[in-house]
Design a protein around this ligand. Structure first.
Ligand SMILES: Nc1ncnc2c1ncn2[C@@H]1O[C@H](COP(=O)(O)OP(=O)(O)OP(=O)(O)O)[C@@H](O)[C@H]1O
Ligand SMILES: [Mg+2]
Length: 450
């Protein structure tokens, strides 16, 4: 997503935010409004006096709705539109402190990591010119060792000639040996496993980072490759990491959004016998509570205050209810929005209206084979009908059904397209009936294939 859009979102009114979401998500106006208001409230809060600002807490949201009606999609779009640090997590991924697994505080560390990456990219956008110059000089040093001398007129002249050639790409295929810092840090730490390595690293005063992070390695590469590698290195060197961390912390604390999916899966308080897993689910809820109420979480970038992070939770709540969450947690999610089940008309619109909608995706994919696909209006209507029917006779998986139905419909054409370049294929209700009817009418078959 481009930067100007990101920066605009802060300034957008709730109505404008909803309009932006409307481009991708059909219906669900209540949910869109709720998130739009919540976002706007953040911007409003920023403009209050410091004293008042600290009193205003984010109004967290629970989105309730059947599977496949757009809960995650709304959050995903929001994250793409928003310049705010955004993290999506699954509630079921976490385990109670003391058990093996990810502890809930890691979500704050992950949010901060997202903020760092975001701010770093923003700052680096202004440094590309400088980094390019540095890269050129580093390459010239490699191509003309010792040419960077003060007061050596002929040397300087040669160097400038080389610079021109370098810019023209004359040396692109020449091999040079460069030193690269092996940033294996993260992957090495991940290899060792365990979510708490980061904490361990803190305790060791960053020793792990030093072991894994700053190794240097010599490599022989083409000038073309070297330019990319050195450019990334130079950008890294130029950006002021202290400033990045400072800005990122501020951004994460006051603008951060955490989307907790599948919250209903940790909500079953009394259901299920034995209590074994439930006890630990409630444990996860208890662990989440202080983070949502506002506490300080230690990260390797310092303590992060969670008081003003916006939490959006979502779940189908078929088995459990929001009232099955522990009461303290319920109180921290004062806004409840229900997403509606999608209608036949919604399906038609989902197929054709969103930017990059499903039908357009298939058309574009097959256009790469030189095949033109046309869906008639009646065909769209028929497709929606089949999706709707299968949802009601087998399992209701919402708009996801459109994906499975379309995939079956297009299977044959996807296979044969390379053999019929230049042709145009019109998808009519008859074409659809021929391929889908036998499957849809046989419920057992439908269950397996759709
Ligand atoms: N209202 C909608 N408008 C456009 N597309 C939608 C809509 N609802 C769902 N979709 C499409 O259906 C798919 C599934 O939607 P999504 O992931 O948002 O479901 P969900 O509500 O989060 O379900 P679950 O409870 O299973 O997580 C996505 O690919 C999305 O593009
Ligand atoms: Mg979802």
């Amino acid at each position: 997503m481009n930067q100007s859009v990101n920066l605009q979102l802060d300034q957008m009114t709730p109505r404008q935010i909803v309009e932006e979401l409307d481009k991708y998500i059909i219906g669900q106006t209540k949910a869109k409004k709720a998130v739009a208001i919540a976002l706007r409230n953040r911007t409003r809060r920023q403009q209050l006096s410091a004293e008042m600002r600290d009193e205003v807490y984010p109004k967290n949201i629970i989105m309730i709705g059947s599977t496949g009606v757009g809960k995650t999609e709304i959050a995903r779009r929001l994250s793409k539109l928003s310049g705010a640090p955004f993290l999506k997590v699954e509630a079921t991924k976490y385990t109670e402190v003391g058990y093996v697994g990810r502890d809930v505080e890691s979500m704050i560390r992950d949010l901060m990591a997202t903020a760092i990456a975001l701010v770093k990219t923003e700052l680096q956008a202004n440094l590309t010119g400088e980094a390019q110059l540095h890269t050129e000089d580093a390459l010239l040093d490699l191509l003309l060792p010792g040419s960077r001398k003060e007061g050596d007129a002929s040397g300087t002249e040669t160097r400038e000639k080389f610079r021109e050639k370098l810019r023209r790409g004359d040396f692109d295929d020449k091999k040079v040996e460069i030193q690269t810092s092996v940033k294996g840090g993260n992957s090495a730490v991940e290899l060792l496993g365990g979510a708490n390595l980061e904490e361990m690293d803190q305790n060791l005063g960053g020793a792990l980072g030093n072991i894994f992070g700053s190794r240097k390695k010599k490599r022989t590469v083409s000038v073309k490759q070297a330019r990319e590698i050195l450019f990334a290195d130079e950008l890294d060197k130029l950006v002021d990491m202290d400033q990045v961390v400072e800005t990122a912390r501020e951004r994460a604390q006051s603008m951060g959004i955490i989307f907790i999916d599948e919250i209903d899966k940790i909500a079953s308080r009394n259901s299920g016998g034995g209590g074994g897993p439930d006890v630990s689910r409630e444990g996860v809820q208890r662990d989440i509570l202080p983070i949502i109420e506002g506490s300080k979480v230690t990260t390797k970038w310092g303590a992060i205050d969670t008081s003003h992070i916006l939490f959006i939770a979502a779940g189908a709540f078929h088995v459990s209810k929001p009232s099955d969450l522990i009461p303290e947690l319920q109180g921290r999610f004062p806004i409840r929005v229900e997403l509606e089940d999608l209608t036949h008309a919604d399906f038609q619109r989902i197929l054709t209206q969103p930017k990059n909608n499903l039908l357009l995706q298939y058309k574009e994919l097959l256009r790469t084979e030189g095949v033109e696909v046309i869906f008639t209006e009646e065909a769209v209507d028929r497709l929606a009908s089949y999706a709707f029917e299968v949802n009601s006779t087998t399992e209701n998986i919402g708009a996801r059904r459109l994906h499975t139905v379309l995939e079956l419909l297009m299977e044959e054409l996807s296979f044969t397209a390379p053999e019929i370049p230049g042709q145009s294929v019109t998808i009519t209700p008859e074409y659809i009936d021929e391929r889908l009817k036998p499957v849809v009418q046989d419920q057992d078959l439908a269950r397996y294939i759709l």
